[in-house]
Design a protein around this ligand. Sequence first.
Ligand code: ADP
Ligand code: MG
Length: 699
Amino acid sequence: METTNSIPERFGCRVFHDDVMKARLPKSVYESIMRTIATGREIDPTIADVVASAMKDWAIEQGATHFTHWFQPLTGVTAEKHDAFISPVSRSRVIMEFSGKELIKGEPDASSFPSGGLRATFEARGYTAWDPASFAFVKDGSLYIPTAFCSYTGEALDTKTPLIRSMDALSRHAVRVLRLFGDKTTDRVNTTVGAEQEYFLIDKKDYDARRDLLFTGRTLFGAPAPKGQQLDDHYFGPLKTRVSRFMAELDRELWDLGILAKTKHNEVAPSQHELAPIYATVNLAIDQNLLTMETMKRVAERHGMVCLLHEKPFAGVNGSGKHNNWSISTDSGKNLLKPGKTPAENTQFLLFLAAVVKAVDDYQDLLRLSVASASNDHRLGANEAPPAIVSMFIGDDLKGVVDSIVAGEEHHASARSVMNLHIPSIPTFAKDTTDRNRTSPFAFTGNKFEFRMVGSSQNVAMPNIVLNTAVAESLRQFADELEGKENFEVAVRELIRRTFTEHKRIIFNGNGYSPEWEAEAARRGLLNLRTAVEAFPCLTAEKNVRLFTEHGVMSRAELTSRREILFENYEKILNIEACTMIDMAMKDYIPAVNRYIAEVAEVINAKSAVPGTSHRMEDAVISRLSSLCEQAFDLTENLKAEAAGAASEADIEKSAVAFKDRVIPVMEELRRAVDAMEEYTAAAYWPVPTYGQLTFSVQ
Ligand code: ADP
Ligand code: MG
């Protein structure tokens, strides 16, 4: 293990990256691997043994004793199974071994991973296959090999497989379009992603005292603290000492893993923070985001804290999202969504912009679906996160360009507005072509799009699979239409004009939180899928099955299975939440309140002994609390019945709908009753840490 403290020297020291490969592999093998990474083509199996052996030697130097294929099943978290490198050579001696076969392919038992009916339990075999485009790394004594995971019959059981297929689809059609503009050299177009990660940090002691956090990742009860985020004093505020130490250690761990952790700051809600990395190619960016989330949790524990990644740990204050910054660039690093100084003249940029506009409009439902979950339902549509309606913000400058194209007018770009701060030491600089719009779910931010509906805890594969495939489809249609046209210039302008005209309804630069927008969006015919359960079915809508199958991203069977898993997961989460509420109400809250009532009753007794003393207040408190306890008890019984009823539906989709329509309202009522008790109960009797303690105790 490296011991230097120099950040440039340490960076990526636990990663089997480019430079390590170059130094340790024969030239021809190294070049073959690099070709595989650049083109996305299959690895040459004859070099696998050489790579495996070099990887093993390097990993052992880093302190590794085991290796694991690391994959992303449909559970939403990552999976790993560790094998030691040891291999016996006699009864008393072992050597460290790792073969090309073990590197390229693993065979974990797949029977306990969700497959949505794809893999009957009698066919338990699953395969993991190395993704050479995402680097292997050493962590906690194991060599981690990023892999794709599929069933014995070849269906994807993970998120990485369709992601890689979607990258190929986008690249294929983007290269076709680039050829039309005379680009003869680009072989591959990649999507780049920077995932900004929001999270909460709370004290481990407080966490351990709340079963709702333990079982569900969020608080199911809790009256608001006197202070929440009203003063906006947390956003970008100075870092508390404990938090700052945590962040410093987190950065170092991430840098060792070759993750470009760049920006860190406090977020809007008390005890909420954010980390933003520098962007990377999408499959690597996703692996790194998953590693970042894991590392956050691990480092927090070391500092006596717990990192909450749930979308809504606390009611009444902001939840956490993950801004998915997304762009497309060529293999030589040219960003295809960079407008340049005069966007109106940049036909190629406008065509790629049109492709995204069309994709977002045509597949609004899929984008909404890609972020749909029980936990993200608490954010989307609430007044802090983008609404559940998908629309695009492109800024005033570009809107002007698009409007004039649609109207068939010349666009007179105003001389770029210059921002002058009137401070002599700061030079004037050109204003960003886009101002910030915090309320748009999908915003153009200069040279990339920022998809903001994504939830903090989710694997961002699905949003990117949808984006890549939908844009691939726009580009396919464009290339089909333009290839072979005699007058390309005229044809492309006409295509851009037609595309903007047909899809301009999806562009909205105004306030996405306003009620007027909801009405306006309805007039424009935009979808408003308010809840996850309403969004899930669109995965297998005929137009979407066609999209995914035609681009070879997911088969009908894979889509059907994923739809089932989404519903199943939703149902399970709600069932656990309902059971946890029942448990806490009966075992924590009601007994605690009764103990307090008994104390107040003693006060009444004592006061009764003194003639003329009033115990009006004590009577009122007892009567109020006692009636709330009864209410809570009745609601608990009711919740039990509704949850059991919903869970007993034979059809998983009906069951999920029943949880949404019948169970959630009772959960909300039960919460109201318990939160009301909190207001009348003495602090010493309250059985769990309050919102105030949870969100303000980390100093
Ligand atoms: P902003 O100020 O608009 O938030 P930043 O430059 O701070 O923009 O970037 C925010 C996130 O977007 C970072 O994670 C950054 O790496 C990422 N990002 C920047 N450029 C690109 C790009 N071309 N593709 C994908 N992500 C990008
Ligand atoms: Mg951002």
